[in-house]
Design a protein around this ligand. Structure first.
Ligand code: HEM
Length: 392
């Protein structure tokens, strides 16, 4: 890609709950695939519209590999993201397929049905404490973060939750000079100890199951890390949904009066769950002609699930929160071979949180306007809502 001086700069748009930022709307109107500058200072193609996003997510020429990782264009200056990029497509594909093959059975309908009562129990216990303390409450800190974190730990079979929580947050703030491959992240050392313990003392959990089907500790650790980092968006989506419901008494009361609406309400929350750029770096391994541009081999391609969720070519009145919206072909869980492995669990968590919340706190409302919700952490990996003050 040749250097272009005046490109729209990603990372500069103000994030919002429940609507597309003006900058992203502008880029979406301009073209389905636009050239932009990333926060790391490199050039990239931003995919802004639903149809082209789906098309590229199904295109095998889009990969998580780059032949020259030292000079590849980057989205963020993040050693953690760099670690996910392989040197060649065949290796990237092998790792990706193996990961999906090993993880997918653990999110089957049968396993999820067995997990649902545990999720409901976690939600109930957190709500007991919130109701006991009385309003106001920060439902991000007191409900969605602890519930989703403990559900993850229940699934994995994680004993030392305090250390795990602290280490999971740490890599998002690690600077490039501080990290040297996996060894640069204390989380990986911690996970190595966890894997050794599970091999010695197996239990009925996901980490033990991964240890039983994979002899290589590095592979098991990489999979636990993938699940753990992937889960990080869950409390954020849950909190955005609470904010949208608490902000709109009509939509809130519709769901409260008819819990059958939880299914479409959860899909609508997923559609609107992103609050800013939500970009997944990929590379073209061959030239790709799409929507009047040519993406060259080696170019960085940013698949924007956020903008595509507000594409009015697909969603009528996309800035409107509508708990009855159907069909709702949102791309929140990505598409094709990239589709979120944990989607069934995420859907259960969101459903159980909203079911219990609306039953226990029917008068739920925001303490501050929706536009003032603290989104300080949005540009960090897995970040998002910082605080969610509500009353009832
Ligand atoms: C609302 C919550 C969630 C959303 C919006 C979400 C979204 C996504 C998206 C967009 C991807 C594609 C990433 C990519 O292309 O690189 C993905 C992948 C993944 N997600 Fe989720 N996710 C959620 C919750 C979860 C949970 C709870 C888990 C597991 C505990 C999970 C596990 C995974 C895994 C393992 C992948 C990797 C799949 C792959 O690379 O093939 N996710 N998720």
């Amino acid at each position: 890609m040749t250097t272009t001086p005046d490109l729209p700069a990603l990372g500069s748009a103000c994030p919002h709950v429940g609507r597309l930022s003006d900058m992203m709307r502008g880029l979406q109107e301009t073209a389905p695939v636009c050239r932009v500058r990333t926060p790391a200072g490199d050039e990239a193609w931003l995919v802004t519209r639903h149809a082209e996003l789906k098309q590229l997510l199904l295109d095998d020429r889009i990969t998580k590999a780059h032949p020259d990782p030292d000079t590849m264009p980057r989205y963020l200056d993040s050693p953690l993201l760099d670690m996910t990029v392989q040197r060649d497509h065949a290796t990237a594909k092998r790792i990706h397929n193996r990961m999906r093959e090993m993880l997918t059975p653990h999110f089957s309908a049968r396993r999820m049905a067995a997990l649902r009562p545990r999720v409901a129990e976690r939600v109930g216990a957190a709500l007991d404490a919130i109701v006991h303390e009385g309003p106001p409450a920060d439902l991000h800190a007191q409900l969605t973060v602890p519930v989703s974190f403990h559900v993850l730990c229940d699934l994995l079979g994680m004993a030392d939750r305090e250390t795990f929580m602290a280490l999971l947050a740490a890599p998002t703030t690690v600077g490039s000079e501080a990290a040297d491959g996996a060894e640069g992240f204390p989380l990986f050392g911690f996970l190595a100890d966890v894997v050794a313990t599970k091999r010695a003392l197996p239990a009925d959990d996901l980490i033990t199951a991964l240890c039983e089907s994979e002899r290589d500790d590095h592979e098991v650790i990489a999979m636990i890390a993938t699940v753990s980092f992937s889960y990080l968006v869950t409390p954020h989506n849950m909190s955005v949904g609470i904010a949208l419901l608490a902000n709109d008494p009509v939509q809130r009361d519709l769901v409260a009066a008819d819990p059958d609406l939880l299914r479409t309400a959860v899909e609508e929350v997923l559609r609107m769950g992103k609050t800013g750029e939500s970009l997944l770096p990929r590379y073209a391994r061959e030239d790709i002609d799409i929507a009047g541009v040519t993406i060259r081999a080696g170019d960085l391609v940013l698949c924007d699930h956020y903008s595509a969720s507000y594409d009015d070519r697909v969603f009528t009145d996309p800035d409107r929160f509508d708990v009855t919206r159907s069909p709702n072909p949102h791309p929140a869980f990505s598409h094709g071979s990239w589709y979120c492995v944990g989607a069934p669990l995420a859907r259960i968590e969101l459903t159980e949180v909203y079911r219990a919340l609306l039953a226990r706190l029917p008068g739920l409302r925001l303490e501050i306007p929706l536009s003032e919700i603290n989104l300080a952490a949005t540009n960090q990996l897995g970040g998002g809502i910082g605080e969610l003050p509500v009353t009832w």
